[in-house]
Design a binder for this molecule. Structure first.
Ligand code: AMP
Length: 185
């Protein structure tokens, strides 16, 4: 008998994550993760899966670096379950206090991410978390900011990776520890 209880986490995410064609521009298949947050148990399952897999690969994490904005949801849940701090990486101009910035190249133009200075404690082992890994530029920028602030990149976690965009190759030099709840080939 096939019922919802017997579905694996990957199967559940496969059915819950919604493909929105041509958003935000023609040719992009946007993965809408917002339906996940309607299901509290599913959120819990994702956070537990990430924690267990990540800690299996890397024994200790001191803090979560969560990437704006969809990285905040599960990132905060993970931090809360582990009882450790979370700090955000945000788009330029959003963080109010003194920041460090990192600019990286996109397909067209550049983007800048920022982190509050002085938040990262020396040698903290940090998990970088975002909702989706696409080309890897965003996660790479977060890793650069963490390192520049004196932290160690313990690895990366995502709800989903779009493996055909090869983002893994870009972030591998920072850590081989990459955990994702579902990978789209
Ligand atoms: P990238 O820097 O290319 O790895 O892009 C990752 C960031 O862009 C993440 O914060 C995602 O939320 C967002 N993103 C990129 N591509 C998609 C997509 N196809 N669907 C949903 N979000 C995406």
């Amino acid at each position: 008998m096939n019922n919802n209880l017997s579905l694996t986490l990957k199967e559940k995410l496969d059915s819950v994550i919604r493909n929105v064609p041509d958003f935000p521009k023609p040719g992009i298949q946007f993965k809408d993760i917002t339906p996940i947050f309607l299901d509290a148990k599913l959120c819990d399952e994702i956070a537990d899966y990430i924690i267990n897999s990540f800690l299996h690969n890397h024994g200790k994490i001191d803090a979560i670096c969560a990437i704006e904005s969809r990285g905040f949801f599960i990132g905060m849940l993970i931090a809360n379950k582990l009882g450790i701090p979370l700090f955000p990486v945000r788009k330029a101009g959003k963080l109010p206090a003194k920041t460090r910035a990192y600019t990286y190249y996109l397909e067209y133009g550049t983007a800048t991410l920022e982190i509050h200075t002085g938040v990262v404690k020396p040698n903290w082992n940090i998990m970088i978390h975002d909702d989706i890994l696409a080309t890897g530029g965003t996660a790479m920028a977060a890793a650069e900011l963490v390192k520049a602030e004196g932290g160690k990149v313990a690895g990366f976690s995502f709800i989903a990776t779009l493996d055909f965009l090869k983002g893994r190759d870009k972030i591998l030099p920072y850590s081989g520890n990459l955990v994702t709840a579902v990978a789209f080939e």
